[in-house]
Design a protein. Structure first.
Length: 374
């Protein structure tokens, strides 16, 4: 078996039909009907009232931060182990990302380390449901209530996940999704902000579209500085087809993630993300951490070996406190993020994606088992 990519999108429903419709009718800007259909269907999939589609997940985060009123000089708590967009979105506003290490078992933000980072400037907590696993929201709610903070969820990796029976998208004040090609649901490039709050919804609509007034009066008077973050109808057409099959794609990812866990559970020195009982993960990427002393080879040696067997992998994210672009936000030193450092130095993604299939997973797992014996 040769060349298994780390992730391929699966577009197995009405995607092409809807795209053809959008193109052949000429509705290719953001004015077409698929935009609203996609927003409504995805928001309702999230058990949420309102969805505002945008052109990628990074600007979804930016828009969500604007909507909850983050301003220059405000501090926003974020996990140190996340994709860099979580931090950049805060920086775009001149606000300050404040990093908190993650838990060694769930790899999600450690609620017990948040309070010590809160100051009079702190305005919000951004939780990231990393690899599709929702955070311990009850603890986050307590802290947010105590310090009067907004909660924003970066759910770019977490479409359809649940916490205590509630869908992601209805867990925070406002939630940002990405539909990049490797996410569980995809439009190639795209994103959405989801909320149950009418005011936040209106803020998103307003700033997404250049701060045109929302009453539909196109008088070309702009009271505020806005953005063009609109999503094309062509991509929304793909999105609608993806949402129609969202549960199918979700189940695929979950069953594949569980197959990896089952096949590799007896291999010593391989650590999986622990699942907290309240959360239902949607297994975005199948990440593993290598304990080199126990496994017998380092992470980099395994990556090299898998590559020689045609298996593509990726490194884990590097911590926010170690990003050259973000060093000024790091605080005292590197040592306060031991779990993030451990993850980024020893973690890798195995091939994931809704269309991967069990045959390839079995092959990949066998290579990992064989390599240990060498
Ligand atoms: C993918 C991702 C984003 C950014 O989404 P884009 O659509 O690529 O801009 C943000 N946060 C996390 C956690 C992600 O995984």
């Amino acid at each position: 078996m040769n060349n298994i990519p780390v992730c391929e999108p699966l577009l197995s429903g009405n995607e092409l039909q809807y795209v053809l419709d959008a193109v052949s009718t000429g509705w290719i800007s953001s004015s077409g009907t698929y935009v609203h259909k996609f927003e409504n269907s995805f928001a309702s999939y999230c058990d949420s009232k309102y969805g505002v589609s945008v052109c990628n997940g990074t600007v979804a985060l930016h828009l969500a931060l604007i909507a909850i009123g983050i301003k220059k000089g405000d501090e926003v708590i974020i996990p140190s182990f996340t994709m860099v967009a979580s931090a950049f979105a805060v920086c775009y506003l001149g606000a300050i990302p404040v990093f908190v290490d993650v838990k060694k078992d769930t790899w999600n933000i450690d609620p017990s380390k948040i309070s010590e980072k809160i100051t009079h400037k702190t305005k919000a907590i951004m939780v990231v449901s990393i690899f599709g696993l929702p955070c311990e929201m009850n603890k986050i709610y307590e802290i947010a209530k105590k310090y009067n903070l907004k909660i924003l969820e970066d759910a770019a990796e977490s479409h359809g996940s649940e916490y205590k029976g509630k869908k992601t998208g209805s867990l925070a004040d406002i939630t940002a999704f990405s539909f990049f090609a490797n996410k569980n649901l995809t439009t190639g490039e795209g994103g959405m902000v989801v909320t149950n709050d009418k005011k936040l919804y209106n803020n998103c609509l307003y700033y997404r579209n250049m701060c045109f007034s929302l009453d539909g009066n196109r008088n070309y008077i702009h009271q505020d500085i806005g953005y063009n973050y609109r999503l094309s109808n062509v991509l929304a057409a793909i999105g609608l087809a993806q949402v129609e099959k969202a549960d199918f794609y979700r189940k695929k990812r979950i069953s594949q993630g569980r197959l990896y866990e089952k096949k590799l559970q007896k291999v010593k020195g391989i650590v999986f993300q622990a699942k907290n009982k309240e959360s239902k993960s949607v297994y975005w990427m199948n990440g593993i951490v290598i304990d080199a002393k126990v496994y017998g080879h380092t992470r980099d040696e395994l990556i090299h070996y898998l590559s020689s067997k045609g298996v593509d992998t990726r490194l884990f994210f590097v911590g926010m406190h170690r990003q050259p672009s973000l060093l000024k936000y790091r605080g005292t030193n590197d040592n306060t993020f031991p779990v993030t450092n451990w993850l980024s130095e020893n973690g890798l993604y195995l091939p994931s994606g809704s269309g991967l299939g069990s045959k390839k997973i079995n092959y990949i797992c066998q290579q990992i088992i064989d390599f240990q014996k060498k």
